[in-house]
Design a protein around this ligand. Structure first.
Ligand SMILES: Nc1nc2c(ncn2[C@@H]2O[C@H](COP(=O)(O)OP(=O)(O)O)[C@@H](O)[C@H]2O)c(=O)[nH]1
Ligand SMILES: [Mg+2]
Length: 245
């Protein structure tokens, strides 16, 4: 539960995002209406991303040479001082100006996590393969873990720092985002969504390896069910959290 925003730590993983990162961090610095720190976790980019972030003096830069989206986020969260973590990509695809809405919904709903869902985006900017994959993953996740999320793969989320510290997250790459949802559901943490818009990438390339990540994400969902009590526990938590929604 989150009753107050004291300090927001925005954690942004980057790997070769020179064309995108400045606009993302500048918008966050300008628009985020709460006390904040902006932490960029770079995977040793070779395209000048590091120099751009160094020049943006309001950002903290962490270099995490080990590969992986989850590894980068974990490195940033470890250094974060805020009671709330916001994770968002540095590729300019998410509408970072909706960051205040994430936080106000968090307080309003006493939530442990608020996800920005791209499923009501009128521009339909998500590619068809990603859209379908996301729908299938989200269906299985919701079904087994008693949730009603629409975009399990959203990388734009506000999370209670205390809640994320209380779970063990082992996934090093893209499945990290799903593992977080699995562990939060098992703990009975309250997760809600706000609608957001999405944009196609302007510069650089996606690092998502669709097949590899798909396998890792499904393994994460099914591994969580090996514990025989998971489904019953999640159903019980859903009933407890129902009144908060
Ligand atoms: N530090 C770091 N960042 C990464 C790594 N892989 C991806 N990212 C960043 O994580 C974010 C999401 O990756 P992206 O390629 O956009 O994946 P997509 O949104 O699924 O297409 C982007 O800001 C990437 O630059 C990595 O190995 N290390
Ligand atoms: Mg992206």
């Amino acid at each position: 539960m989150t009753s107050k925003v004291e300090l927001v730590s925005v954690v942004i993983p980057t790997l070769n995002e020179a064309g995108n990162i400045l606009e993302a961090v500048t918008n966050i610095e300008k628009d985020l209406a709460y006390p904040k720190e902006i932490i960029v976790v770079d995977g040793n980019s070779t395209d000048g991303t590091i120099e751009i972030v160094k020049d943006a003096s309001f950002c903290k830069l962490i270099i995490e040479p080990r590969r992986g989206y989850g590894i980068a986020l974990k490195a940033g969260i470890k250094k974060a001082k805020g009671n709330i973590i916001v994770m968002v990509d540095g590729d300019g695809t998410y509408e970072v100006r909706h960051i205040n809405r994430l936080l106000s919904r968090m307080i309003e709903k006493d939530a442990d996590m608020v996800l920005a869902t791209r499923m009501y985006d009128p521009n339909k900017a998500m590619g068809l393969m990603n859209f379908v994959g996301n729908k299938v993953i989200t269906f299985f996740y919701d079904f087994f873990y008693s949730q009603f999320l629409s975009d399990s793969q959203s990388g734009f989320r506000a999370i209670s720092h205390e809640a994320i510290d209380s779970v063990e997250l082992k996934e090093g790459d893209m499945a990290f985002a799903t593992e977080m949802l699995v562990e939060f559901a098992k703990e009975g943490y309250n997760m809600v969504e706000i609608p957001t818009t999405y944009k196609a990438r302007k510069y650089g390339k996606t690092k998502l390896k669709k097949f590899k990540s798909g396998i890792e994400i499904f393994s994460t969902i099914f591994r969580g069910l090996l514990d025989a009590d998971t489904i019953r526990t999640c159903q019980k938590h859903w009933k407890e959290n129902r009144l908060k929604r």
